[in-house]
Design a protein around this ligand. Structure first.
Ligand code: SF4
Ligand code: SF4
Length: 332
């Protein structure tokens, strides 16, 4: 039987040991239903998830809720929205108790005296032209001024088909202000003209993402296997989609047979009671889902399937390390 230690040399085995100790148990929380932007293609608004629940306004209830989530075993809180920074006191309810990650458009700066080491993921949807087309403004101008040089912030760069050939310019800009960048692909939930992926574009963007990782190894947080999985929707001959997705809320997961999935994962709405189907859009067709975190998690929960060849296991380790870096469980 193949074992981890028989497949890895001592160096890789050390890397494996570091991540195998982590036991990350994440869940996702909508901090608010409001946002100070309205991006075309935002899964939250396009799927009507902002109308599913009424925000809990009593801050004491947020504190009690987080305590209960910790009792449930959650050790990573991923805060999304709407725009979480519109409600700093709710962010604080999590941050005081748990490793907390905040996904934000970055227009409002998280006060570092209040949240000194909270990891912040800054959404970025392309160059100024694309950002203006999809989001109404060039957010990089503002976010780079707010977060330049911040060791606990990175860009979550959502690549669209229109970014082909342009990613280098953007990654250079990110490097110039001393931040890191993680790439994912747009799922065009609102069918904005020209922003849906064609098969040949996915081949090209995979090559471009690989080239970016080679050219900017200290700035791009990624792995080539992740690029392969996210652009092909395939892993070890299996196809990503509803029957394989690991990021489905446990309370809504009626799949039979059950695939490998994130332990006790739940995505809560901002009333702290309602749950959403998964980590992304309620109404998205799973066969077109390009969600980066769901694909990463898909690899991560399928460790056993990667204990086949040295290369497969190394691929798995690299994806796990990438996730652990992005959520600050191991250093960059
Ligand atoms: S900033 Fe984020 S939450 Fe707000 S509309 Fe854009 S994608 Fe949606
Ligand atoms: S939309 Fe994506 S993340 Fe949600 S269940 Fe489907 S495949 Fe998973």
């Amino acid at each position: 039987m193949k074992t981890v230690s028989s497949l890895l040399d001592p160096q890789w085995y050390e890397r494996y040991k570091k991540i195998s100790r982590l036991n990350i148990r994440s869940s996702i929380y909508d901090v608010t239903d409001r946002c100070n932007l309205r991006c075309k293609g935002c899964f939250f608004f396009s799927s009507g998830e902002h109308e599913r629940a009424a925000e809990e306004k009593d801050i004491d209830k947020w504190h009690d809720f987080v305590e209960k989530e910790m009792d449930r075993g959650v050790n990573l809180a991923i805060l999304i929205g709407g725009e979480p920074t519109l409600c700093m006191d709710r962010i604080e309810a999590f941050y005081k108790r748990l490793p907390t990650f905040c996904a934000t458009n970055g227009l409002i700066k998280v006060p570092r005296d209040r949240f000194p080491d909270m990891m912040v993921g800054l959404s970025l949807w392309g160059d100024a032209e694309d950002e203006i087309a999809l989001r109404g403004q060039d957010t990089f101008k503002i976010t780079s001024a707010n977060y330049g040089g911040d060791p606990h912030a990175y860009y979550l760069y959502t690549i669209t088909p229109k970014q082909l050939g342009k990613t280098g310019k953007i990654i250079q800009k990110v490097q110039d202000i001393g931040l890191k960048v993680h790439m994912q692909l747009l799922s065009n939930d609102e069918d904005v003209n020209g922003f849906s992926w064609k098969p040949e574009e996915l081949l090209d963007i995979r090559q471009e993402m690989d080239a970016m990782l080679d050219a900017y190894p200290n700035t791009v947080v990624s792995s080539k296997y992740y690029h392969e999985v996210i652009t092909t929707g395939k892993m070890l001959g299996r196809t990503f989609g509803w029957s394989e997705c690991p990021s489905v809320t446990i309370l809504r997961d009626n799949r039979d047979p059950q695939p490998k999935r994130l332990t006790n994962f739940i995505r809560y709405a901002s009333d702290l009671k309602t749950v959403h189907r998964c980590c992304t859009s309620e109404t998205r067709d799973c066969s077109t889902c390009k969600d980066g975190a769901a694909h990463m998690s898909w690899v991560m929960v399928n460790k056993r399937a990667h204990i086949k060849t040295t290369k497969d296991l190394q691929n798995w380790i690299e994806v796990y390390e990438m996730f652990a870096k992005l959520y600050q469980f191991i250093p960059w």
